[in-house]
Design a protein around this ligand. Structure first.
Ligand code: MN
Length: 272
């Protein structure tokens, strides 16, 4: 398993759960000095950071790109894979494809979180899920063609009314023709939705392609009441070998949050 931390380069999202902010070079330098293996990047668009510039920074600091977020499509353009308007859904797929392609040049997957949208009041849930399936299939084909996975993130009930648990997300993916699509096990969302985090990680291990690492209160791992010992045990037991990526508030500040994250990873999660 490898440990990374989120870096957000979108100024207008300044209250979000991101370890690092604004300054990509400073974030890379700090992450590397702590011992993190990579960064997860949240940008406004697929071309906000030129690929050669990012490659130079990652190489200089011996980091990998863990994943890229697609939420800017929702934040800036109001796009989602479940928009009732077919043209808007097509634009959402195009936006995500741009992000998939950006990530793929670093071997990193794109994550679909808020871009999944939801069922509007009075909407037809089956129809909305069919749109989600079509979108994941279309984006999943692009990911497969580029040799990367695509990560679908079940969100907690306060953020989406589509699929909230690992069980529901995995059962849904099994109905889609989207073999490159994996689920994201976000420990904050799971703390709200799952009966048992370790059991959910064990039961759905074959689908899980990425882990978001945060404590029960979205603070850095170690600053809430989540039992990371049991989570680490489950992840090691199932042989999870992907990223454990900190998506947590920069509490009390980014550098301290990153250090706390890495200490918790080393103490409870990493292979021993
Ligand atoms: Mn997440």
């Amino acid at each position: 398993m490898r440990c990374s931390a989120t870096v957000c380069l979108v100024g207008s999202l300044s209250s979000g759960p991101w370890i690092y902010w604004h300054d990509l070079e400073a974030a890379c330098a700090d992450a590397s000095s702590i011992g993190l293996d990579g960064i997860e990047l949240f940008t406004e668009s697929a071309d906000q950071v030129p690929a050669d510039e990012l490659r130079t920074l990652l190489d200089r600091h011996q980091l990998e790109l863990a994943a890229v977020g697609t939420g800017a499509g929702k934040v800036f353009h109001g796009l989602s894979l479940t928009d009732p308007d077919a043209d808007r859904r097509a634009q959402a797929v195009e936006f995500i494809r741009g992000m998939i392609s950006f990530g793929a040049s670093f071997g990193a997957p794109a994550i679909i979180g808020s871009m999944q949208g939801g069922v509007p009041r009075g909407g037809d849930r089956e129809e909305v899920l069919a749109w989600l399936g079509e979108g994941l299939e279309a984006c999943g084909r692009t990911a497969a063609d580029l040799g990367v996975t695509l990560i679908y993130e079940p969100l907690n009930r306060y953020e989406s009314n589509l699929l909230n648990t690992q069980a529901d997300a995995c059962a849904f993916l099994e109905t889609c023709a989207a073999p490159a699509v994996r689920t994201l096990a976000d420990l904050f969302h799971m703390n709200i939705e799952e009966v048992s985090l370790p059991d959910a990680l064990r039961d759905h291990a074959s689908h899980i392609g990425h882990v978001h690492f945060a404590d029960s209160n979205r603070r850095p791992p170690g600053d809430g009441h989540t039992n990371f010992g049991a989570i680490g045990e489950a992840l090691r037991e199932v042989g999870y070998d992907g990223w454990v990526s900190a998506e947590a508030f920069p509490w009390p500040d980014p550098a301290a949050a990153a250090r706390r994250t890495y200490e918790t990873f080393r103490e409870w999660i990493a292979e021993r």
